[in-house]
Design a protein around this ligand. Structure first.
Ligand SMILES: C[S@@+](CC[C@H](N)C(=O)[O-])C[C@H]1O[C@@H](n2cnc3c(N)ncnc32)[C@H](O)[C@@H]1O
Length: 263
């Protein structure tokens, strides 16, 4: 594994996504997972309407970057044939533990989104929330998602938006306030937002990344409280930023069935 990707993996092994939300309960306990789940859907209730978990009952779903399994168990509860993949062993273990605690079925694999260990044309849905911007070659991961989808299958994903409240908050906190006004937004995000090398895109770049898919819909989402930026002194001012608060972009699309693709 190349150095950049190893650093991403080390970061998420050290601290799987959202585990601080489970405090003060012991990691891996039922109370810990319940606390994480409550916190996620208080802050990001829009995930339910975006994903429509129950719609995937009996369908083959792959979650790329399942983290500690908060959304993944929703697919399992909905009785989807759910498979999760994450490059962090620690995160995958937590997801497995979580399934076990609730008596739910699901397969969880440690692996890389840029080299998905699946045959082509397997899944009805590939879901990936807040993951694709963390891997060094996002385009390659998206091509892999396209490959493993069945013709007619769907992608639902969320990626970070660069010129956003989140982007400017990180710039202000780690660039301007640290006396480094010439730090670019991209550099600040790659250095200080979660794992090393985190990327964020403008709408044009997002459209280009997902070009393979048809019927694309893009939904800018407001900054959630969960971003850990509550302490940023300039955050209230950013509400007046012309681009709005939207820091995340939810993307939906479809891999067209072969007969239509050939037309
Ligand atoms: C911000 S967390 C999101 C986790 C989960 N989707 C959620 O919303 O709670 C990003 C996750 O992506 C995983 N990840 C990053 N790059 C990856 C890659 N190349 N392959 C697989 N997983 C990756 C990390 O290990 C981490 O668990």
């Amino acid at each position: 594994m190349e150095v950049g990707k190893r650093q991403v993996q080390d970061y998420w092994n050290e601290e799987p996504c959202n585990i601080r939300e489970g405090e003060p309960f012991p990691e891996g306990s039922l109370e810990f997972f319940e606390r994480i789940e409550d916190s996620r859907y208080e802050d990001q209730s829009f995930i339910h309407s975006f994903v429509q978990f129950t719609r995937w009952r009996g369908k083959k779903v792959l979650e790329v970057g399942c983290g500690c399994g908060t959304d993944f168990i929703q697919f399992a509860r909905a009785q989807a044939e759910a498979c999760g993949i994450d490059m962090s062993q620690h995160s995958a273990e937590l997801t497995r533990k979580r399934l076990h605690l609730y008596g739910l079925e699901g397969e969880v694999i440690v692996g890389d989104s840029e080299n998905l260990p699946f045959l082509s044309g397997q899944f009805d849905l590939v879901y990936s929330w807040g993951v694709l911007h963390h891997t060094p070659d996002t385009g390659r991961a998206i091509k892999e998602i396209y490959r493993v989808l069945k013709p007619g299958g769907y992608i639902k994903a969320m990626v970070y938006r660069r010129f956003s409240a989140m982007g400017w908050a990180v710039y202000l906190k780690y660039g301007l306030l640290k006396g480094k006004p010439f730090t670019s937004l991209s550099h600040a995000l790659s250095q200080y937002l979660e794992s090393p090398g985190t990327q964020a895109y403008n709408m044009k770049e997002v459209k280009n990344l997902f070009l393979l898919f048809s019927g694309l819909k893009f939904q800018p989402l407001p900054i959630p409280e969960a971003m850990g930026l509550k302490g940023t002194p300039f955050l209230p001012l950013l509400r007046f930023y012309p681009g709005g608060l939207a820091s995340w972009i939810a993307v939906e699309g479809q891999k067209l069935p072969v007969s239509i693709e050939k037309k």
